[in-house]
Structures are given as structure tokens and as C-alpha cells.
Design a protein around this ligand. Structure first.
Ligand SMILES: Cc1cc2nc3c(=O)[nH]c(=O)nc-3n(C[C@H](O)[C@H](O)[C@H](O)COP(=O)(O)O)c2cc1C
Length: 261
């Protein structure tokens, strides 16, 4: 076993600690490695490339047509499932899946608990990155932008549209906090079911609601079998922001360019 020496300065009285810690266990590392190097699936063929001449030059319209296709592809059960990355103000990232609940020129909306890990990170750093991957279509969309809470009305309307069990579940969950056991969760849920009977008005908790990601960048990726994939990225530059030499003017203040894959 290899060892390294870690020097730590004790914050209390400023002395230096010399600690020996194992770097890695060679046998365990070898035994626990799963080799996926040969796992490779074909993507699109050479006659299915994504060309600038074939796409609408406005990313919301392009997203709409890709999403529509994904949503109507039988092998895709939840086309609206998306990965969202947030980060602390110190730049420590975290990611998880959420469900897109609406989209349009105002942005991309999802709902969650404002006191969750993502909620706390968005409170201190209101920026996020989204990613969709629609595997049967070999297509992915990435979105980056500023995040705001949806209005109380939008959150209320969506909360009230949810099934009874989902409303109870949202109130019962102290999302991202440690929980004693599944029994504890069941007990909390049962108490809420006694408090609010099915069919009763269930108020939205103030710590639960929507966020809208207002995009500054939207990238469309399509996978090619030869790995020379297509990437077209749309950006909406702020006044004075320099544009790249291969950038083209699109519609509605958007510019687009092709990226190497
Ligand atoms: C397909 C899928 C969809 C999900 N949708 C949501 C959602 O819309 N809102 C939500 O708060 N959590 C959703 N989750 C759970 C989150 O991935 C995550 O566990 C939870 O939001 C807590 O994340 P956080 O601790 O990073 O805040 C979903 C999980 C999966 C796998």
C-alpha cells in the first residue's frame, strides 16, 4: 500500500499535524474495476447529419420540434426528464434529474422544494445548466442560464393540478434532509392524509414551487456513428459581447455557430 503524508495546520493553535493516510489499495482497485471500453453503440448514419440549412435559426422553435419528436417516440417514456446542474457560490457542483413541466420563450420550468440542496444552491448562485438526452433519437439538448422562482400563482396552479398523493408527498418531504426510516416517512404521510382528506383543498407549502431557467445558451447535439457528431449552439449575446468568427445571425437576437464535437 502506498502512503502519503498530509500536512494540516490546526486552526485552533496553529500547529502542524503530520498525518499518514493510505493513498489507495492496489488489489481492491484492480478487483473493483468494471471495464466498459468496448461498449459502443451506433448513432446516426452519414446521410442523417444535422446541417445548418435544415434547421430553424431560433432555438425555442428548434427545441419545440425536437421535443415534439422525442415525446412521440415510443421508446422514450419521459421526454421531459432532464438533468439539472447547480452549484454553490464556491463552485462546488451537484446534479440530479427533474421533470420539465413547461417551456416557451420565457424559459424552462420545473418544480421542487425550495429548501432542498438544489434550492439552497440556487438561492446563493442562481445559475443552472440543463441537459436532455433522447437516446433512441441520438439527440441531446443543453441549456444554460439564469434561474428565477416562478410566480406564486404559477406554483399554486401547478400544485393544485397535481394528484392528491403528489400533493401530500410534496408536503411530507423535507427534501434532501436525513430521514430516520421509511416508517418515519409513512407516519408523516399518514398524518397528512388524516389532516387533508382526499378531495379537500390541500394548500401548497410556501417552500415548494417552481423555478424557471432563462436560457442564454442552448446547444443541439446529434450523435454520428463515426463520432464526428453535430453540435449547433445558439447564444444570445448581451450588447457589446464579442461574437466568434464562425458565428451567424439567427432569429430574434440569437446567434448560432457549429462546434467541433
Ligand atoms: C426521472 C426523475 C424525475 C424527477 N423529477 C423531479 C422533480 O421534478 N422535482 C424534484 O424536486 N425532484 C425530482 N426528482 C428527484 C431528484 O432527482 C432529486 O432526488 C431531488 O430533487 C433532490 O435533489 P437535491 O437533493 O439535489 O435537491 C426526479 C428524479 C428522477 C429520476
Amino acid at each position: 500500500m502506498f502512503k502519503c503524508v498530509k500536512l494540516c495546520v490546526c486552526p485552533l493553535n496553529n500547529f502542524t499535524l503530520r498525518k499518514t493516510i493510505p493513498l489507495f489499495r492496489t488489489t481492491m482497485a484492480a478487483e473493483s474495476t468494471t471495464d466498459l471500453k468496448d461498449k459502443r453503440v451506433p448513432y446516426k448514419s452519414r446521410n442523417e447529419v444535422l446541417l445548418e440549412k435544415d434547421i430553424v435559426k431560433e432555438p425555442f422553435k428548434l427545441f419545440e420540434s425536437w421535443f415534439h419528436e422525442a415525446n412521440n417516440t415510443p421508446g422514450i417514456i419521459e421526454a421531459n426528464a432532464m438533468f439539472i446542474a447547480t452549484s454553490t457560490k464556491n463552485g462546488i457542483p451537484s446534479g440530479r434529474m427533474v421533470l420539465l413541466k413547461s417551456y416557451g420563450k420565457n424559459g424552462f420550468v420545473f418544480f421542487t422544494n425550495y429548501n432542498s440542496r438544489k434550492g439552497n444552491e440556487l438561492a446563493e448562485n442562481p445559475q443552472a445548466s440543463l441537459a436532455f438526452y433522447w437516446e433512441p433519437l441520438k439527440r441531446s439538448v443543453r441549456i444554460e442560464g439564469h434561474v428565477e422562482k416562478t410566480s406564486d400563482k404559477e406554483s399554486d396552479d401547478y400544485f393544485q393540478s397535481r394528484p392528491y398523493a403528489s400533493k401530500i408527498g410534496a408536503i411530507a418531504s423535507d427534501q434532501s434532509r436525513p430521514c430516520e426510516s421509511r416508517d418515519q416517512m409513512s407516519k408523516i404521510t399518514e398524518e397528512l392524509r388524516q389532516k387533508y382528506k382526499e378531495g379537500d383543498y390541500v394548500p401548497r407549502p410556501k417552500h415548494w414551487g417552481g423555478y424557471v431557467v432563462i436560457p442564454k445558451v442552448i446547444e443541439f447535439w446529434q450523435g454520428q456513428s463515426d463520432r464526428v457528431h453535430d453540435r449547433i449552439v445558439f447564444k444570445r449575446p448581451v450588447p457589446g459581447e464579442p461574437l466568434g468568427p464562425h458565428s451567424h445571425e439567427g432569429e430574434d437576437g440569437w446567434y448560432y455557430e457549429r462546434l467541433f464535437p
